[in-house]
Design a binder for this molecule. Sequence first.
Ligand code: SAH
Length: 324
Amino acid sequence: MDLDLVAETLSSEQPYRSRQVWAWAARGVASYAEMTNVSTGTRALLEERVPFSTLTLAHEATSVDRTVKALFHTSDGHPVEAVLMRFRDGRRSVCLSSQSGCPLTCTFCATGQMRFRRNLTAWEMLDQALHFRRLEPIDHVVFMGMGEPMLNFDAVAAAARLLPDLGVTHRRTTISTVGWLPGLTRFVDEVSEPIRLALSLHAPTDALRSQIMPVNDRYPLEDVLAECRRYFELRRRKVFVEYVLLDGVNDSREHAGALAQLLDHDAFKVNLIPYNPTGMYAGSSRERIGAFKSVLDAARLPATVRLTRGRDIAAACGQLAATA
Ligand code: SAH
């Protein structure tokens, strides 16, 4: 729901009217009709002028593990995907897209292969979450869908700041980046809320990282890690490091050793990600992932292996390409 448009439409009314409308939407109602403390005249006006969502649902699929992937279109026709992950312990985590497509070209990511359309607005991000909020309560959000959040910093920060209204606290909100420095620097300087930071690292050296993530030529490792350390110093929250394991590319014991050398053990926590097939590579075997992790364990660098969700419906990390 475009709240700016709501405020503009209700500009002759008391400002609390807009807040009332948002409070209903954030709690997961599906129509203006349900907003019983808003007058029928106001509701009719909204009905006429403000679409209930900035996105229309084009397709939805449910995985065998009950993960749900939704494909939406923006009002100007661009595709956007979002994913709801349901965990056994009851957690409900929503993965949001910050852009339609992505201008970066990470070689292992399906989104990087599709055409970049545009940045999404904060409302278009919140409407992805609200879609799932209407299904059931949600408690975690990760900005790990299509796009690079730090290329769309203002809108991402605005969306993240409103998530508590939907039931998602800042501590349960994570923004993931390739290390796009202008946005990352602003995030560290300007976001004082305890929102988590994740860095897509994927290689322990500049040479290898540049080979699989061309953006590294622009913003090399040391500069990006320095910014992450600054986040840790200021916020006292660990930075999650994402590391997708590509067979024979970045998954040897030597790579693991180099990673353990590179990262300060108090400031970073590694999340090893099994590669979800997108064409270019083969994923590392379970044995190789285990061996990689044991090197990090021995070096006492905290590390976990990410659970793969929704692979059968192409909803897993790196598979969002709007090919429903
Ligand atoms: N552009 C941001 C947000 C996307 S997050 C970023 O890169 O951090 C999506 C995460 O999934 C990133 O860590 C990305 O590197 C990872 N990923 C991309 N393709 C993948 C694949 N095929 N398998 C597993 N993880 C992948």
